[in-house]
Design a protein around this ligand. Structure first.
Ligand code: PHE
Length: 373
């Protein structure tokens, strides 16, 4: 601020001339009118109405005028500043309502649009396969039987005629559940197959008996493309008067046709299981090449590795010792059983080459089974 002027010096107070004040006001009004946004207007406010604006500086100069000139200059500058303040607040109002209208428009929600539904989830392909397999037996009149996954060694091994020193009982194959003292055997295992459910069924259900038992099993295998420490089996057991291997064969054929395709032949080859006698492994004709890959000129088949046959199950006539262990008279009753891996069936049926795909929970794998997830 200049020192008070004793003599009126028009040069020093040029900023207060009518023209200068009008020019500053007009410039401010033009800038206000030109502001396109609230941000623009903020900058205009600082430039034309802020402390360093021409009109604010002019206002500060009033004190430097000789008293006789102050009133008039004060009025002039005051009027100009009021005009500018009024224009600013009017423009502010206009721009604010424009912004509000735009926001309402841009952020409009159409409440009539169909909503984005939360995915419902779906059954896992292993569950789906398990149910499909179970249904085949249920349709043949079998009942579904289930048993515990944490099982007494007696059901899992002893009652099934595994001798006490059978290698399957080794720690390498079986998960033992620790007893109160970790060193002592608790007699409890994670079941290594679904066969203990056979025992439970024979001990509790009336004869004749036709049951199918799907379920989770555990073996201390390292995880690789074809092994998993946790997997699923499904087992079928029939105990009745006069059952023979022909009945076993018939049940297997019905099941293979329902699961893998009409007219597929099956083959039994001698095998050994402690709980069946005689025992056999079950192969089915390859459902992809139907044996063509083994014939001269036939294209190689990836599914059966051009063997023409695929091993799918273990089977046999229930060992009379097992019937006796369950209090069933082996002279009157006979039984057959077969068991197979559910993941393996799924892999064969759908050409899956790595069992880990069934474990990892990647929905892209499940989606390939045509399920809504
Ligand atoms: N329990 C046998 C296994 O886990 C399969 C099987 C079941 C074999 C029933 C014969 C009869 O390998």
């Amino acid at each position: 601020m200049s020192a008070p002027n004793k003599q009126y010096d028009p040069v020093e107070v040029a900023a207060l001339s009518a023209e200068a004040v009008a020019a500053a006001r007009d410039e401010a009004l033009a800038a206000i009118a030109a502001a396109r946004s609230l941000d623009d207007l903020k900058a205009v406010r600082v430039a034309h109405a802020g402390d360093r604006s021409a009109l604010a500086l002019a206002n500060a100069e009033i004190g430097a005028l000789p008293p006789q000139a102050r009133a008039e200059a004060g009025k002039r500058v005051g009027a100009a500043r009021r005009d500018v303040a009024q224009a600013l607040s009017q423009r502010q109002e206009v721009l604010e309502s424009e912004r509000d209208r735009r926001v309402l428009e841009e952020e409009r929600v159409d409440v009539t649009l169909p909503w984005d539904r939360a995915p419902r989830g779906a059954e896992h392909p292993v569950t789906m396969t398990s149910q499909r397999l179970t249904d085949v037996f249920v349709a043949m009149g079998y009942e579904v039987a289930e048993g515990p996954e944490v099982e007494a060694e007696w059901y899992n091994f002893d009652a099934l005629n595994f001798p006490p020193d059978h290698p399957a009982r080794e720690m390498q194959d079986t998960f033992f559940v620790a007893g109160p003292e970790a060193s002592a055997r608790s007699g409890i295992v994670l079941r290594t197959h679904t066969s203990p459910v056979q025992i439970r069924a024979m001990l509790t259900r009336p004869l004749p008996l036709y049951v199918v038992s799907p379920g989770k099993c555990f073996r201390s295998d390292a995880l690789d493309a074809t092994h998993s420490p946790v997997f699923h089996q499904i087992e079928c057991l029939a105990v009745d008067e006069g059952l023979t291997m022909a009945d076993l064969r018939g049940a297997i054929n019905a099941f293979v046709e329902a699961m893998f395709g009409e007219g597929l032949r099956t083959r039994l080859r001698p095998d050994f299981f402690p709980f069946t006698e005689p025992s056999a492994d079950v192969s089915m004709e390859c459902h992809v090449c139907r044996g063509a890959s083994t014939r001269p000129g036939g294209a190689p088949c990836r599914v059966c590795r051009s063997q023409g046959w695929i091993e799918i199950a273990g089977c046999g006539m229930v060992n009379p010792k097992v019937l006796v262990a369950c209090g069933i008279d082996p002279d009157r009753y006979s039984g057959f059983a077969f068991g197979l891996g559910i993941e393996r069936s799924l892999m064969i049926r759908h050409g899956v080459t790595d069992i880990r795909d069934t474990l990892e929970g990647d929905v892209r794998f499940s989606r390939a089974f045509g399920m809504e997830i």
